[in-house]
Design a protein around this ligand. Structure first.
Ligand code: SF4
Length: 285
């Protein structure tokens, strides 16, 4: 997957942003964005930022990304606020983007919870309206909830809100926070350990029997979840990918699910240590 960050400007000020403080608010040089457009060997191209919809040429960039990479899925990672403007959704609709999806961050089920993270008044209203406008036009929208101390107790309410208010989305993803950039700087406020999160996560998952969309968990290692909830967790062997941001505990090699486990954020291991990870025995699912 190619990951293109086309601007570090943003119309939010998230406490959990993984962009380093020193680049926040800057532009990415045009030449680098041009170079991105010619990387054409990946089957998924993720375009993000900062907030990519603030880039003056965002619609041209999407169009060029499609033309240069005809076989790729194009994935726009955004806070969705700009799509509260119906005209902007219309302009996006007029591009012929083919296999195109959006991943939109939502941190809470109400303004008070969401805006404690974004630190921008009105951002909850805009994001929710943006998601509604996009799904009404038939766009594929994945709602992404980054989980940390400021919202973990609200996971069941967040699930219910999305289920009731945003049924047109294609998928709901709960992602455990990565502690880098500003999120690392704010770790005292944000850090929450799996044993504290998982009861709320499992309560939310227990509500999903008749959902309109699939629910997935990213960065929830299988051993942190009760057996009955492990099918929700994304798996995928990352051991040979060379990704330094993903790590494993020393006990992982004894685990019956080691081959498929997608690992643990290295930033989490650095802060919390390895004690909570327990090998799954062969025979357990
Ligand atoms: S023990 Fe390690 S390999 Fe097994 S599920 Fe947990 S994190 Fe993954």
């Amino acid at each position: 997957m190619a990951d293109w960050q086309i601007t570090y400007r943003c119309n939010e000020n998230c406490i959990s942003c993984i962009i380093p403080e020193e680049v926040y608010g800057r532009e990415v040089p045009e030449k680098i964005t041009e170079l991105f457009l010619h990387q054409n060997e990946d089957d998924v191209i993720s375009i993000g930022g900062g907030e990519p919809t603030l880039h003056d040429d965002i619609l041209d960039i999407l169009q060029k990304a499609r033309e240069e990479n005809p076989g790729a899925t194009i994935f726009l990672v955004t806070n969705g606020r700009m799509f509260a403007y119906e005209e902007f959704v219309q302009e996006l609709s007029e591009l012929e983007l083919g296999d195109f999806r959006l991943g939109i961050s939502l941190y809470g089920h109400e303004a008070e919870v969401h805006e404690k993270v974004t630190r921008v008044e009105g951002s909850f209203r805009d994001t929710v309206q943006g998601i509604k406008n996009l799904t009404a036009e038939g766009f594929e929208v994945e709602v992404r909830v980054v989980v940390h101390r400021l919202n973990h107790e609200h996971l069941p309410e967040i699930y219910s809100f999305v289920d009731e208010e945003l049924p047109g989305i294609s998928r709901l993803v709960f992602m455990n926070a990565k502690y880098s950039g500003r999120a690392y700087d704010n770790r005292e406020e944000l850090l929450v350990e799996y044993p504290e999160v998982v009861p709320y996560m499992e309560e939310a998952l227990s509500l999903t029997e008749e959902e309109n969309f699939p629910v997935r968990l990213f960065h929830f290692p299988l051993c942190t979840l009760d057996e009955e909830f492990r099918d929700y967790a994304a798996t995928g062997n990352t051991k040979d990918s060379g990704a330094e941001e993903i790590g494993y505990a020393s006990v992982c090699e004894e685990c019956g699910r080691w081959e498929e486990c997608s690992g643990i954020w290295q930033s989490y291991l650095n802060l919390v240590g390895e004690d909570e990870f327990e090998p799954i025995q062969d025979g357990e699912s």
